[in-house]
Design a protein around this ligand. Structure first.
Ligand code: FES
Length: 320
C-alpha cells in the first residue's frame, strides 16, 4: 500500500496519487472500520473481524497493510508477530511474509491473504474479503508445491482449500496422478493407493473425502521423493503400421513387461489416432502418459481409468 499522509490534512479524495492505497478498493458495505489512522499509528497494529476470518492491520514505515491474522502455517496470530523492513515474521516457527502482498519467503507456510484498505476522512476501512482472485488456482499450485517438497501439511491444506473452492475430487486425483507419472519413472504403491482412495470417494461422507484424498496424494508424493523423473518416449516414426499390428505388438509387450516397447507402441497408436472412434483417440498429452504408465504394467491395467470423467475408459484395454 502507498504511504499515508497526515490524516487531518487529506481525505481519501484529496490524497495525492502516492498516498492513495493501491489497488484502489471499491467502497461499500464490504468494508469494515478499523481505526483512525492516528490510532493505528500509535498502536502499530489493530486486529478486526473480517468475513469469517480475523484481519490484522499494520502501520509500518508510513504505509498501511492488512493481512489475514492467522498465520497460514499453523494459525499463530500475526498481530503478535514482528514487522521489520517490510517483512512480517510469525513468532511461532518464524515464517516470513512480505507485508504488502502477504507472499511468504518460507515455503513451508502458505502465502497469507492480503486485504485492500481504504482511507475515508482519516479513518481506515479494510475490505472484508481478501484480494486473492483465484483461490482454486492458488491451491492447485500449492498442491504441486507440497508434493514437490514432500510437505504433508502443505498438501493437506491444499486439498482442503481446493475442495472448499469447489475443485472436484476427480480433478485433485488427476493432478496428483499426473505429478506421479511425471516425477517417477514407473508405477508405485502410492499410485495404487490414490486410485483406491479415488474409487472410495463416491461412498464417503463429505467430511471424509478430504482424508481419503490426502492419504492418496501424500503417498504419491512420498514415492516421488528423490526419484528419477520419468523419461520421455516417442511414437515410432512411421505411418506404415496398421491398427491390428500395433494391437498385437502392444498385447505382447505388456505380457512380457517390456515397458518401453509397450509405451512406444501405444504412443504410435495414439499418434495415428487408432483405434477409430475410440475415446483413446481424443486423449492428449498428459493423459496418454497416465495410460502408458498404467497400461504397460500389467498389474495396474484393470483398475486404471481416464479421470476426465465422461469416458472412464479402462486404460489399455482398447488395445489389449
Ligand atoms: S504458525 Fe506461523 S510460522 Fe508456524
Amino acid at each position: 500500500m502507498a504511504p499515508i499522509d497526515d490524516p487531518h490534512q487529506h481525505s481519501s479524495e484529496e490524497n495525492s496519487p502516492a498516498a492513495v492505497p493501491e489497488p484502489r478498493p471499491r467502497s461499500g458495505a464490504n468494508f469494515i472500520r478499523v481505526a483512525t489512522l492516528e490510532e493505528l499509528q500509535t498502536k502499530g497494529c489493530v486486529a478486526v473481524k473480517g468475513a469469517g476470518r480475523p484481519i490484522a492491520v499494520f502501520h509500518h514505515d508510513g504505509r498501511v497493510h492488512a493481512v489475514d491474522n492467522r498465520c497460514p502455517h499453523m494459525g499463530f496470530p500475526l498481530h503478535k508477530g514482528t514487522v521489520k523492513d517490510g517483512i512480517l515474521t510469525c513468532h511461532w516457527h518464524h515464517a516470513r511474509f512480505d507485508l504488502a502482498s502477504g507472499c511468504t519467503f518460507d515455503l513451508f507456510a502458505d502465502d497469507v491473504p492480503a486485504y485492500a484498505i481504504e482511507v475515508r476522512d482519516g479513518t481506515l476501512w479494510v475490505s472484508a474479503h481478501p484480494r486473492r482472485a483465484n483461490e482454486a488456482r492458488y491451491r492447485q499450485q500449492r498442491l504441486h508445491n507440497g508434493m514437490e517438497q514432500g510437505i504433508a501439511l502443505v498438501i493437506a491444506k491444499a486439498v482442503i482449500g481446493m475442495l472448499r473452492s469447489k475443485v472436484g475430487s476427480q480433478d485433485i486425483v488427476r493432478q496428483a496422478l499426473l505429478f506421479g507419472a511425471r516425477y517417477r519413472d514407473g508405477w508405485s504403491s502410492g499410485m495404487t493407493i490414490l486410485m483406491t482412495m479415488a474409487n472410495l470417494v463416491p461412498w464417503l461422507r463429505e467430511e471424509e473425502i478430504y482424508l481419503a484424498l490426502y492419504q492418496g496424494v501424500t503417498r504419491v508424493a512420498d514415492d516421488c521423493q528423490d526419484e528419477v523423473p520419468r523419461r520421455e518416449n516417442h511414437p515410432l516414426d512411421t505411418n506404415e503400421l496398421d491398427f491390428a499390428t500395433l494391437k498385437r505388438w502392444f498385447r505382447y509387450r505388456t505380457q512380457v513387461r517390456h515397458r518401453d516397447a509397450a509405451e512406444r507402441t501405444l504412443l504410435t497408436a495414439i499418434a495415428r489416432r487408432f483405434p477409430p472412434r475410440s475415446s483413446l483417440t481424443r486423449l492428449r498429452w498428459p493423459t496418454y502418459r497416465l495410460i502408458t504408465v498404467a497400461a504397460s504394467i500389467e498389474e495396474c491395467t484393470p483398475g486404471f481409468h481416464d479421470l476426465r470423467g465422461e469416458t472412464r475408459v479402462p486404460l489399455g484395454r482398447s488395445l489389449c
